[in-house]
Design a protein around this ligand. Structure first.
Ligand code: J2J
Length: 541
């Protein structure tokens, strides 16, 4: 299948020159970066996960041997390789091995299922797929079997743990003596997943240069140094936990990464005490769960310096509880896998930390807040956020048509977020213009779920919208106009599961209606649907 559009939309040459001259892009590819870290911090512990404690040297050695093993099996520079690993140390060996070869990891979330993974395989023409044997009660070898049957191009299925009929990751091992030269820093290093707002998920090509800049600058903003211990509780491959400053930021500082298999307080709190964790990153619903757990569990959190919260809007009330309850600083993080990341700073006054979502990393992050005609709104007013800068991409992977609407002609990314800016330059997220549901940090493109539901014979029309939720912030509701006999909600959910859709995208509620409220131009009015549903919910419906 041929996909229109380039794999990668480069920055204009004069802009790229400017970013290099400013020292943002340093010409260092990620595998070289790891080698330098290993030279500097060799015997220090880099990654802790389960029983494993890998030093920097050990991590670099494993990545090199795995790279040589993959090379022997035919993996080449420019190949794509789907990586769907949970929070296990092998994640690092695999991605740095791929970086070393110049093959591109395609980051998938542990929650993704056949629908998402098959699509990534098809879109990217991936040659391989790395999974864990089992995780959170799910057997990924079964998923690999299904995906492989539909995408025979996936020549290498690698399994961390018991491989079944596939290849054990530990068997991919060779002397790294004559590996060819690795990729350039200006090359695309990997494909990130976008939250998405369209029918099919989008992939985001990030270069070594641009990503490392965001990691380095983020580590600085978060005050990470060799004494830093980062606890990774969110999925490691998510942009937040990978780079803001995340696991890579902790490595950059010569600190230690601690991987939590599950984010629940009973797992995370003992790890914080045992490892002396200094910083961690949470989504708002998880922050609430942790805050509520502190009075009962009385954990030793005395090592914590910073708790970051981001991925979805944190309410001011919950934000205000963080410092008194955890005894450390709160940092709000408003970021996106496409690039731009905003942080409240550690020396910001409390008022700003509690009520804003921070300000951009870079002095060269360009921010425009505009109305529906792309005209800037007056200072302090709410509008749509557009951005471009030294670590914000200029286009999605193989998506020419979508790029024409998702980016302005002069290269600004349309975030779809509604924000206002305070006089201090901090952004406050006021809402969203994109057709997406943010379910406690997990992003759901309404159109993607709608397209699946439209394939059901008893669904004439459907609109997937957000309904307010006290725990998650938002949940999903599929509003369905039936064709003939109304389908049972449970049957629709089972139908979506059967189509291999990730669980978090399965609608929480299904509402049957005879017809949709229409806008003036005859389109479904989702805003009317949303307010009707919210009103019905508030009234106890
Ligand atoms: C409101 N909405 C937010 C916040 C993200 C750091 C942190 C988060 C992400 C992330 C990330 C928000 N308040 N604090 O990649 O590096 C919503 C916005 C945004 C979208 C991006 C990082 N923080 N959001 O969440 O690519 O709508 O990245 O455009 O998953 O999440 O989602 P994603």
């Amino acid at each position: 299948m041929h996909y229109p559009g380039p794999d990668f939309t480069p920055w204009p040459p004069d802009v790229a020159r400017r970013y290099r001259r400013a020292g943002y892009w340093r010409g260092e590819p990620l595998h070289q970066w790891l080698r330098d870290l290993a030279a500097r911090h060799g015997d220090r512990v880099a990654v802790v996960g389960g029983e494993a404690r890998w030093t920097y040297r050990e991590l670099a050695r494993r990545a090199d041997r795995l790279a040589a093993g993959l090379r022997e099996r035919g993996v080449r520079r420019g190949d794509r390789f789907i990586v769907q690993l949970p929070n296990v140390p092998e994640f690092f060996a695999v991605v740095f091995a791929l970086f070393r070869l110049g093959a591109l990891p395609v980051f998938a979330l542990p929650a993704h299922r056949r629908s998402e993974i098959s699509y990534f395989a098809e879109l990217t023409g991936a040659v391989g797929y790395a999974v864990a044997d089992r995780y959170a009660g799910f057997d990924y070898r079964g998923l690999a079997r299904e995906v492989h049957a539909a995408a025979p191009g996936l020549a290498h299925v690698l399994v961390a743990g018991d491989p079944g009929e596939f290849t054990a990751l530990s068997d991919v091992d060779a002397e790294p003596a004559d590996l060819p030269a690795g990729p350039e820093a200006s090359d695309v290093a990997f494909l990130n997943i976008s939250g998405g707002s369209t029918g099919l998920p989008k992939l985001i090509p990030r270069t070594h240069d641009d990503y490392l800049y965001s990691v380095r600058a983020s580590a600085g903003i978060c005050g990470l140094d060799e004494s830093g211990v980062y606890l990774c509780v969110l999925p490691v491959a998510h942009n937040f936990s990978l780079s803001s400053p995340g696991v890579l930021g902790a490595l950059h500082a010569g600190g230690r990464v601690v991987l939590a298999a599950r984010p629940a307080p009973e797992e995370a709190f003992p790890l914080i005490a045992r490892e002396g964790v200094t910083i961690t990153a949470l989504v708002p619903p998880l922050a609430k769960v942790w805050l509520d757990a502190v009075p009962h569990r009385r954990p030793d959190l005395s090592s914590l310096r910073v708790v970051q919260v981001g991925g979805a809007r944190l309410s001011d009330e919950v934000a205000a509880r963080v410092r008194p309850t955890f005894g450390c600083a709160l940092q709000q993080v408003f970021g996106m896998a496409e690039g731009l990341v905003n942080y409240t700073r550690l020396d910001d006054p409390d008022e700003l930390v509690v009520t804003t979502q921070g300000r951009p990393i870079s002095p060269d992050d360009e921010i425009r807040i505009v109305d529906q005609h792309d005209d800037e709104v007056p200072a302090g007013q709410t509008g749509q956020l557009l951005t471009r800068g030294p670590y914000t991409v200029r286009g999605y992977y193989r998506a020419a048509e979508h790029n024409a609407v998702a980016f302005t002609p002069d290269g600004f990314y349309r975030t779809g977020d509604l924000v206002r800016r305070t006089p201090t330059g901090h952004l406050v997220v006021e809402g969203r213009a994109k057709d997406q549901i943010n379910r406690g940090g997990e992003k759901i493109a309404a159109e993607e779920v709608e397209n699946h539901l439209l394939a059901h014979p008893a669904v004439l029309d459907v609109a997937v919208v957000a309904v307010p939720d006290p725990v998650l912030g938002e949940r999903t509701c599929a509003v369905v106009v039936p064709r003939g006999e109304p389908p049972a909600p449970a049957a629709l959910r089972a139908f979506l599961r059967g189509r291999g859709l990730a669980d978090f995208k399965i609608p929480d509620r299904v509402q049957l209606v005879p017809a949709f409220p229409l806008t003036g131009v005859g389109k479904v009015s989702k805003s009317v649907l949303r307010s009707r549903l919210a009103a019905a919910l508030a009234a106890g419906g």
